[in-house]
Design a protein. Structure first.
Length: 646
C-alpha cells in the first residue's frame, strides 16, 4: 500500500529511496536524495538517523553533514556503501542504517546540531521517513517527526532485494532498487564505466608482476573520452610502479586497458594494497564500481629460526626472564604460591597497562607467522593471514581480529579500554584489582580468524574444542593463558566443569586445561610471544616459562612446595624435571644448564633412546606407549627419572 510521508512544503530536497536491509552483511545499503531542481547544492543540509524503539527511541544514532554534495542532472545524490552500484556520491561504512523500525530525516543545519541521542524534532525539518522491515509502528518517532504512516521495506516479502522508493505524487512503494536513477525510469541516462583487472593470481600480484586494468563503458562512446585514475595509497607511491594512469578512448570504443608494472625492490615493506580509483569523469558518465583493491605481495619477507605451532621447534628461543624474577616463589605452596605469582605479574610498581588499540600493534609482532613476517598466525584456525587483513568493519569473513581467551563478557571488562593505539611509551599503572586492564592484556589475546572467533564466542573450553579438523596446536597456549589470567586478576578464576556462559569471573574446564597444558607443550612460538609482550607490559606469563607451575597452583601438586628449576652447574635431582609426564612424545627437560645426555631404558633394561643436549631442551621421543627410565648425565653425575609415554 502506498503511504504518505510528512515533508516541509516546497521542500528543495526529499528522501527519494532507502535500502536499509541488503543480503548478508548489509554492505550494499544506500539512501538517495532528490532535489526539485538539477545540480542543487546540499550545503547547509544534514541527514540524521533516529532510533525507533527501545530506551533510545526518538533519539539520533548517526548523522551525515551534506555540505560539499551537489545533486546531478536528474536532481539525485546517493550516499551508501562501497559495493552499491553505481557507486554512491559519498561512501558510508557498512551496516550504517538500522533495519527498523527507525527513521531518517533531512534538516536544515549542520552535523554539530545533532550529537548522538539528540531527540527527533520538526524544527528545521525538510523531509523525513519512518520505515521498518515487518515491524510494529514506531509511534513515538512518527509523532516526533510529524509523520502519520510508516513504510515497510518488506511489504512484498523481499526486504533484502527491494527498497523503499518515493513516487511522483509523494507516496512510497517498495520495488527493485534503482540507485542513482529516477524511480520511474525517466530522466537522463548515464553511460556507466566498470573497472576490471587481470593478474597472475586473482586479486593479488607479487612485486615484479603486472596488473592489466580495463575500463569498460556500458555503451560505445560517441565522443572522445579522456580521464585519469590513481593507484596511490598510503604506502604505494610513484616509485613502486611504472605505467600510465591516463585513459584515452576514441569514438566508437567501449574499453581501454592500461598495464601497470610493479617494481621489485629489496625492501621488506610488508604486503600492501593498491586501490584503483577513478579520477573525475566527464559529464554523462558514472562509476559502476570503484576503489578496486589489489593485494601486492612483498617477496622480501623474513623467515624466523623457529617453527609455527603446527610444526613447532623447541629450545631455539630462550626466555628473556630477568635474573631473580621468580625467586620469590621458592618453597611456597597453595594459596601462598598463587599470591606470590600475582605479586610478580600484577606488581603496581612495575607492570604497564596498555589499551586495546595497542593490542593490534602487539599482535602484529607477537603473533607473527615465523614463515613470513608479513603475516600473523591464527591460533584456532592454525593458518597464516596477511597482517593487512585486520577486521576494520562489521564484515569479518577473510579477516583476522583479536580473540580474548578469557572472554570479555566472562571477565567483566567488555570494551574496558580505548581502541586508539598510543604506543609502547604511553601506559597506565595497574594492579591485581584493575579488572579493566584485562580487556587489553596481550597475554590472553591472540590473532584469530574473524568467523572462528565468533563461533567460539564466550564458551568454556571443552564446550569449545576448536574448528573441525583442528590439530590442537593451540590448546596448551590457551590453558597457560587462562592460568595466567586466574592469577593476574582478582575476581577471575578457572573452575571445574562448564559454568553458564553468562557467568562472570569463572571459566572452565580446569581438568581439561590442565591436560592440554601437558599434551601441547610450550614451544618456541609461545616463548617468543612471551618475550615480546614482556617488552610492552613488563610482566611475563609464568606458566609459559614454567608449565609445571600449573600443577602446583591448580592441579595434582597443589599443597606441595614449588622449587623453581633454576639453572645451575650442579645437578640437583629435585630441580630436574621432565614435562609433561605422562607425555605423548614431546618432553621438556628443566633444571639443566650445561652439556648433558639423556638415555631412555625400557623396563627390561634395554636402551631405546639416546641424545645429547645443552640446557633446557624440548625433545621428541618416538617410542611406543609404556613406562621408561630416563637417565640424565652431566659429567659424572646421573639423575634417573621415570617417564610414562601414552
Amino acid at each position: 500500500m502506498a503511504l504518505t510521508v510528512f515533508s516541509v512544503s516546497k521542500a528543495q530536497v526529499v528522501i527519494n529511496e532507502l535500502d536499509s536491509d541488503t543480503p548478508s552483511t548489509n554492505d550494499k545499503q544506500f539512501i538517495e536524495l532528490k532535489s526539485t531542481s538539477a545540480n542543487f547544492s546540499l550545503n547547509g543540509y544534514v541527514l540524521v538517523f533516529f532510533n525507533g524503539t527501545g530506551s533510545l527511541a526518538t533519539k539520533s544514532y548517526y548523522v551525515v553533514d551534506l555540505d560539499g554534495l551537489t545533486t546531478d542532472v536528474n536532481g539525485i545524490v546517493v550516499l551508501g556503501n562501497q559495493l552499491v552500484s553505481p557507486v554512491p556520491n559519498r561512501l558510508l561504512t557498512d551496516s550504517t542504517f538500522q533495519n527498523g523500525p527507525d527513521g531518517v530525516a533531512i534538516y536544515s543545519g549542520n552535523a554539530t546540531d545533532f550529537p548522538n541521542s539528540t531527540p527527533a524534532t520538526t524544527t528545521n525539518l525538510i523531509s523525513a521517513l519512518v520505515y521498518d522491515t515487518s515491524d510494529a509502528d514506531a509511534t513515538a518517532l512518527m509523532t516526533a517527526l510529524g509523520i502519520t504512516s510508516q513504510i515497510d521495506e518488506n511489504a512484498n516479502g523481499a526486504q533484502t532485494t527491494q527498497s523503499i522508493q518515493r513516487k511522483n505524487d509523494g507516496t512510497y512503494e517498495t520495488k527493485a532498487t534503482t540507485p542513482g536513477a529516477n524511480n520511474d525510469g525517466s530522466g537522463f541516462g548515464f553511460n556507466g564505466i566498470t573497472i576490471s583487472t587481470t593478474t597472475a593470481v586473482a586479486g593479488q600480484v607479487t612485486e615484479g608482476g603486472s596488473i592489466n586494468i580495463t575500463f569498460t563503458t556500458q555503451t560505445p562512446i560517441t565522443a572522445p573520452l579522456n580521464f585519469t585514475f590513481s593507484i596511490n595509497t598510503g604506502t604505494i607511491n610513484n616509485a613502486d610502479y611504472t605505467g600510465s594512469t591516463s585513459v584515452s578512448m576514441a569514438i566508437g570504443a567501449s574499453s581501454f586497458t592500461a598495464t601497470i608494472d610493479l617494481v621489485d625492490d629489496i625492501l621488506d615493506e610488508g604486503d600492501e594494497t593498491i586501490v584503483i580509483k577513478f579520477g573525475t569523469l566527464p559529464t554523462g558518465y558514472n562509476r559502476i564500481n570503484d576503489l578496486i583493491e589489489i593485494r601486492v605481495i612483498d617477496n622480501d619477507f623474513v623467515v624466523s629460526a623457529w617453527g609455527t605451532p603446527l610444526n613447532p621447534t623447541y629450545g631455539i628461543v630462550t626466555p628473556t626472564t630477568p635474573a631473580g624474577y621468580y625467586s620469590s616463589l621458592e618453597g611456597k605452596s597453595g594459596a601462598v604460591l598463587k599470591q606470590a605469582i600475582q605479586d610478580i605479574i600484577a606488581n603496581p610498581s612495575v607492570v604497564h597497562a596498555h589499551n586495546y588499540g595497542d593490542v593490534e600493534t602487539i599482535l602484529k609482532k607477537s603473533d607473527q607467522n615465523p614463515l613470513n613476517s608479513n603475516q600473523v598466525w591464527l591460533m584456532y584456525a592454525e593458518q597464516p593471514r596477511s597482517k593487512l587483513d585486520i577486521q576494520e568493519t562489521g564484515i569479518n569473513t577473510g579477516k583476522w581480529n583479536r580473540e580474548h581467551i578469557y572472554p570479555q563478557s566472562r571477565g567483566g571488562y567488555s570494551n574496558g579500554t580505548a581502541s586508539i593505539p598510543d604506543g609502547i611509551n604511553v601506559w597506565l599503572p595497574t594492579d591485581a584489582n584493575d579488572i579493566m586492564a584485562g580487556h587489553a592484556d596481550a597475554h590472553h589475546i591472540r590473532a584469530e580468524d574473524g568467523p572462528e572467533n565468533s563461533i567460539r564466542g564466550n564458551r568454556d573450553y571443552g564446550e569449545y574444542v576448536g574448528p573441525a579438523g583442528t590439530q590442537g596446536s593451540w590448546r596448551g597456549d590457551v590453558a597457560r593463558s587462562v592460568f595466567y589470567m586466574a592469577c593476574r586478576y582478582n575476581g577471575l578464576s578457572v573452575v571445574s566443569g562448564n559454568p553458564a556462559n553468562t557467568t562472570v569471573g569463572q571459566l572452565g574446564e580446569l581438568a581439561l586445561l590442565l591436560q592440554w597444558n601437558q599434551t601441547d607443550p610450550r614451544d618456541d612460538f609461545e616463548m617468543n610471544r612471551n618475550n615480546y609482550i614482556y617488552t610492552w607490559q613488563v610482566n611475563r606469563n609464568p606458566f609459559i616459562d614454567y608449565p609445571t607451575l600449573a600443577d602446583y597452583v591448580f592441579g595434582a601438586n597443589v599443597g606441595q612446595a614449588w622449587f623453581t628449576p633454576l639453572s645451575t652447574n650442579d645437578l640437583d635431582a629435585t630441580k630436574v624435571v621432565l614435562y609433561p609426564n605422562p607425555t605423548k612424545g614431546n618432553i621438556t627437560i628443566f633444571g639443566i644448564a650445561s652439556d648433558a645426555k639423556i638415555e631412555m631404558f625400557s623396563t627390561l633394561g634395554q636402551k631405546v633412546f639416546e641424545q645429547n643436549f645443552n640446557g633446557e631442551t624440548t625433545l621428541h621421543i618416538d617410542l611406543t606407549s609404556g613406562i621408561y627410565l630416563a637417565k640424565i648425565k652431566v659429567d659424572s653425575k646421573v639423575v634417573t627419572k621415570k617417564l610414562i609415554i601414552e
